[in-house]
Design a protein around this ligand. Structure first.
Ligand code: FES
Length: 127
C-alpha cells in the first residue's frame, strides 16, 4: 500500500526561495563580513563601498567556505581551495570563483538578496 501511495505522490524537491530579506542595513557591522548560516552567504559592509553579498558555497563540491580575516581570503575546509577577496580562485580544485549576488533595498528598508541574479564582484549597493 505504501508503494502505491508513494507512486501517486510526485517526486518534488522544494528549494528555499532564492530571493529573501536579510535585515536592516544597521544590522550589519562595518569590517569583517557577516556570515548567514542558513542562506550560506557573506554580507560585506564597507563604509565607502556599501553592501556586497558573496556565496559561501565552494564551486568544487559545495562545501561551505570560511572567510579568514587574517588574509581576507575564502578557504574551503574540504579540499583546500582558496579564493581571493574578490572570490576568484587562487588555487583549486575549485573550477570557478565564488558567486556574488545582487543585493537591493526593499521598500521597508530591509536588504533583499536575489541568488538568481549573479553580479560582478565590484557590484555594491550604496545605502
Ligand atoms: S568542496 Fe571546496 S575544495 Fe572541494
Amino acid at each position: 500500500m505504501a508503494a502505491v501511495v508513494r507512486f501517486l505522490m510526485p517526486s518534488v524537491f522544494y528549494e528555499p526561495p532564492q530571493t529573501f530579506k536579510i535585515g536592516q542595513p544597521a544590522d550589519f557591522p562595518f569590517g569583517p563580513p557577516t556570515f548567514l548560516v542558513d542562506e550560506k552567504i557573506f554580507v560585506f559592509r564597507d563604509r565607502d563601498k556599501g553592501f556586497a553579498v558573496a556565496s559561501a558555497v565552494c564551486t568544487h563540491l559545495g562545501c561551505t567556505v570560511a572567510h579568514f580575516q587574517s588574509d581576507e581570503r575564502f578557504h574551503c575546509p574540504c579540499h583546500g581551495s582558496v579564493f581571493a577577496p574578490d572570490g576568484s580562485v587562487i588555487h583549486g580544485p575549485a573550477p570557478r570563483g565564488l558567486q556574488w549576488f545582487e543585493v537591493t533595498q526593499a521598500r521597508d528598508g530591509m536588504l533583499r538578496v536575489d541568488k538568481d541574479k549573479v553580479v560582478p564582484p565590484s557590484y555594491r549597493l550604496m545605502v
